[in-house]
Design a protein around this ligand. Structure first.
Ligand code: ADE
Length: 254
């Protein structure tokens, strides 16, 4: 019997490959790898150094605090794992950095269509710009704050990607449902017992009436989003308006 290739293949370039050991072997990521649905490997960037000290950093031209990642090991490593930058390259190469495009659920959904990736984890004050220009396809940030390396941000992106692998999570519906509601927050949720420390589960959820439950969930999701993230509601409304505007134009053309 031939074994099908993994749905998702990711190579990581990092100076701390050990950080990924338990991340890659526990929970659903460990399961995806065991079941052959994903191949994810962390490579030590120092394998692509050529000096005795296996140097990966150097001081910035023009002065300033801290060190930068030097270009040679990074570009050599990326090219060995993904090929030279260009249309025929075998993988999409992402640098995780605070300078990148903010990560969204939409980015993850689109990423799900690409089978091979290389993630580059920066350290120190950043990487030499020529690495970005010569070898990186896109930069992704996990938010407007600075961590001291790209390893945890890369884990965030990978966790978001792996859970979208078709057939991996038993409850495929929960992943699909999210994709419809990705523009608003989830409302409150409850499990047993029906009363805990004097706090009851809302009657609607215990009603057994599917329509009542769905309406209650929808209303609570909107209410919470309006309170906590009004920006998300505005964006969803704008997108709906744009869609109906486009549809009206199409009708007129027909
Ligand atoms: N590296 C350091 N901070 C980061 C962030 N916020 N996103 C992605 N990579 C990072």
């Amino acid at each position: 019997m031939t074994v099908p290739p993994p749905t998702l293949e990711i190579d990581l370039l990092t100076i701390f490959p050990g950080l990924f050991d338990s991340f890659l072997s526990e929970s659903f990521i460990g399961m995806a790898r065991e079941r052959g649905l994903a191949r994810i490997e962390a490579h030590n960037l120092r394998n692509w150094t050529s000096d005795r000290h296996r140097t990966v950093d150097d001081s910035p031209y023009g002065g300033g605090p801290g060190m930068l990642m030097k270009p040679e090991p990074l570009v050599d490593g990326i090219e060995e794992l993904a090929g030279p930058k260009g249309a025929s390259r075998s993988a999409r190469v992402v640098l995780v950095s605070p300078q990148g495009k903010p990560l969204t659920q939409r980015w993850l959904s689109e990423a799900a269509g690409h089978p091979r990736w290389v993630f580059v984890c920066g350290r120190y004050e950043g990487v030499d710009q020529r690495v970005v220009d010569l070898a990186i396809d896109e930069e992704v940030s996990i938010g407007d704050y600075v961590l001291s390396g790209g390893e945890i941000p890369a884990m965030v992106v990978i966790e978001g990607m792996v859970r979208l692998i078709p057939g991996l999570l038993g409850n495929a519906e929960s992943v699909v449902k999210e994709s419809f509601t990705q523009d608003i927050l989830e409302g409150p949720q409850y499990t047993r017992p029906p009363e805990f420390r004097g706090q009851s589960v809302p009657a609607e959820l215990l009603s057994g009436n599917h329509a009542v439950i769905e309406r209650w969930r929808h209303d609570k999701a909107i209410e919470r989003t309006a309170l906590r993230r009004p920006d998300l509601l505005r964006r969803a409304t704008d997108e709906l308006e744009e869609l109906s505007h486009k549809e009206r134009h199409q009708d007129q053309e027909e």
